[in-house]
Write a protein that binds this ligand. Structure first.
Ligand SMILES: [Zn+2]
Length: 195
């Protein structure tokens, strides 16, 4: 295989390692992420919406905020192809039984269970997916922390971060891959060792 192609493979693998939940790999950190969130939610005040309209009103406030616009731009810069809707509508789950998920999204609209999903944190979680992170990996958690910091508070952000840390879930900036020259030098070094 030529070096150009091998470098491409390296970049792909690096990205997957940095963001385990990303497209093309399993959303393997989902359950751990949920556990961190359950523990977080039991410690904070999580305001409840009256109804779907109320939730949508709040979502619209978020869409107008500097934070949302900043995070939106960051997603666009990272990877345009993963961008979903800029201001996804909020809809009620058809059969809101309180069983199953509190909310879900396909990136274009957010569906909330009216029995258990009408609260600020569930909305922030689903909206974070809509910023292009259709998984629960590192980039999702990093963005979620920014959302929580802006719309719940600094103290809440700190608590959620601590819950992630407790479960060894990375939520900082992804490590940059080696540039081509550095990578090539290291490959050549390895080839020399192996003979
Ligand atoms: Zn989710």
């Amino acid at each position: 295989m030529n070096y150009g192609l091998r470098y491409k493979t390296y970049l792909l693998k690096h990205e997957q390692k940095q963001n385990r939940g990303a497209i093309g790999s399993r959303d393997s950190e989902r359950l751990k992420c949920y556990r961190a969130e359950w523990s977080f939610e039991s410690q904070v005040d999580n305001p409840v919406f009256k109804d779907i309209k109320d939730a949508e009103r709040y979502a619209k406030k978020i869409y107008k905020s500097k934070t949302w616009q900043k995070l939106w731009e960051r997603s666009v810069n990272l990877d345009v192809s993963r961008i979903m809707a800029a201001s996804p509508p909020i809809v009620a789950k058809q059969r809101s039984s309180g069983r199953g998920t509190m909310g879900h999204t396909n990136g274009f609209s957010v569906t909330l269970d009216t029995k258990v999903g009408l609260n600020k944190y569930t909305l922030l979680h689903e909206l974070t997916h809509c910023l292009g992170h259709m998984h629960h990996g590192r980039s999702f958690r990093k963005t979620l922390l920014d959302m929580v910091g802006a719309f719940m508070g600094a103290e809440e952000k700190k608590l959620l971060k601590a819950e992630f840390k407790k479960r060894k879930l990375a939520c900082g900036e992804a490590r940059k891959p080696m540039d081509y020259d550095t990578w090539l030098a290291s490959v050549k070094r390895m080839e020399k060792i192996r003979g």
